[in-house]
Write a protein that binds this ligand. Structure first.
Ligand code: CTP
Length: 430
């Protein structure tokens, strides 16, 4: 059984990337803060930027200052903070701040700010900055579900996305007060990881996945023997999460089917949690019905016990152990490839291979790709356990026609982007 996810290792940062993958350059970041209760979470986002060595100018709105005062932003950024265009007019801040930025991120972005940005209004320092910025712009909305779902907001989001602005999908969960739903600001660590990805790739593909829906599976499934015991594998899910994060930073709508992972939800990604291979199959096939690409980075268990005991299995007095009978699980990748939701849907598999007497790693991988019927197979050469446990990943991306791209050793994020590049090339060739 392959274990694609376990070729990724547990790394220190919340995104699963090595700290060195975080941009080593000092970049000029504008952190806009809208007037929502989630403004307090922007303090942590600010800290992450400054502690990574970036130069951050905070531009709150007047309403944001009702939630978190200018003194907090000034102390955390080490710079003066203003919400209006009439301070330090000789420095022409309403133009200069936006012009000089490498990234503008607005967190939280209120419904009001989305409307102003979509229509080009400029009645304070932040909205002026949004008009003058020529760098990537990331808007991280947070609001009540009703406001997010309102047709006016939907139209504003669509307009902004068409213009190349990365409008991050809000997370689901607890909102202000007792209600729950879609509209939460994603975790600041994940917003930061997304922004770093955008900064690192500035000038490359930009928002080239806008309008695409992609599905990624991650983690390892569990097959239960009884209510407390299961057969499982060591997959961490980091490579799948890196794929989801990379697609979100390029503007895709992303569904991540996560099996038994202990990782934070990536910002802007719809996460469906599953445990067993059958649940994973169900979730992936459902999401795949509207998807342009499906990447199976998960390690689904190939076998499951033929029966699951309702009660915890007790030890026998005579010291004997119960026999476990197994049956095969469905091969989700094969099923996906065999019944594509539409022509042009790209299906990607993963394979961990060692060469053997019957063939080299590449030969075995070519045979597997043909057997599975997928378009691309991401192949890890695990001869001698070379990749397992490493903080990096290196792979060959094999195409159905036998061509392949070697991705040199690097972060899982870098491999993720290389995979999306190949998926994009296939869409372009259809
Ligand atoms: N996969 C799947 N459903 C399964 C098992 C695996 O969709 N029940 C997918 C994985 O997500 C991965 C690819 O298939 O993308 C890995 O292929 P797999 O059949 O697991 O490889 P091996 O088990 O190594 O196959 P073999 O033992 O035949 O080499």
């Amino acid at each position: 059984m392959t274990d694609p996810g376990s070729t990724t290792s547990e790394a220190a940062s919340p995104s699963g990337e090595r700290p060195s993958a975080i941009s080593p350059q000092r970049r000029r970041v504008v952190l806009g803060v809208g007037g929502g209760i989630a403004a307090y979470k922007a303090c942590e986002l600010l800290r992450r930027f400054t502690e990574s060595g970036h130069d951050v100018t905070v531009v709150p709105t007047a309403s944001a200052l009702q939630f978190v005062g200018a003194a907090t932003w000034a102390a955390l950024s080490g710079k003066p903070v203003s919400d209006e265009v009439w301070d330090r007019v000789h420095e022409v801040p309403h133009v200069r701040i936006g012009q000089g930025a490498d990234l503008v991120v607005v967190a939280p972005t209120t419904a009001d700010l989305l409307a102003k940005a979509a229509h080009g209004l400029a009645d304070d320092l932040l909205t002026n900055t949004l008009l003058t910025a020529r760098c990537p712009v990331v808007l991280v909305p947070a609001m009540h579900t009703e406001m997010w779902e309102h047709p006016a907001t939907r139209a504003n989001v669509a307009t902004l996305r068409e213009r190349g602005v990365l409008v991050v999908e809000p997370a689901e969960g607890r909102l202000t007060g007792a209600d729950t739903g879609k509209g939460r600001l994603p975790e600041p660590a994940e917003v930061f990881a997304l922004c770093v990805d955008v900064l690192d790739r500035d000038g490359e593909t930009g928002r080239d996945l806008v309008g695409r829906h992609v599905v990624v599976s991650a983690g390892g499934t569990r097959e239960y023997l009884d209510p407390v015991r299961f057969l499982g594998n060591r997959s961490s899910g980091l490579q799948g999460y890196a794929l989801a994060r990379a697609a979100a930073s390029r503007g895709a709508k992303v569904t991540l089917v996560a099996a038994n992972t202990a990782l934070a939800d990536p910002a802007g990604v719809d996460v469906v949690r599953v445990e067993t291979t059958e649940q994973l199959r169900e979730a992936v096939l459902t999401a795949a019905a509207s998807a342009d690409a499906v990447v199976m980075a998960a390690a689904p268990a190939d076998f499951r016990p033929t029966s699951r005991s309702e009660a915890k299995i007790k030890k026998a007095e005579d010291g004997s152990a119960p026999a476990i009978e197994l049956e095969q699980n469905p091969d989700v990748l094969r099923e996906l490839a065999g019944q594509r939701a539409h022509e042009g849907q790209v299906v990607v598999g993963f394979a961990a291979e060692t060469g053997d007497a019957t063939g080299s790693v590449l030969e075995l991988a070519r045979a597997k790709l043909a057997r599975k019927g997928c378009d691309l197979l991401v192949v890890n050469d695990v001869s001698g356990g070379a990749v397992f446990g490493s903080p990096d990943n290196e792979a060959v991306i094999l195409e159905a026609d036998g061509a392949f791209v070697e991705v040199p050793r690097g972060s899982k994020g870098a491999l993720a982007h290389a995979i999306w590049d190949r998926v994009g090339a296939r869409w372009a060739s259809v």
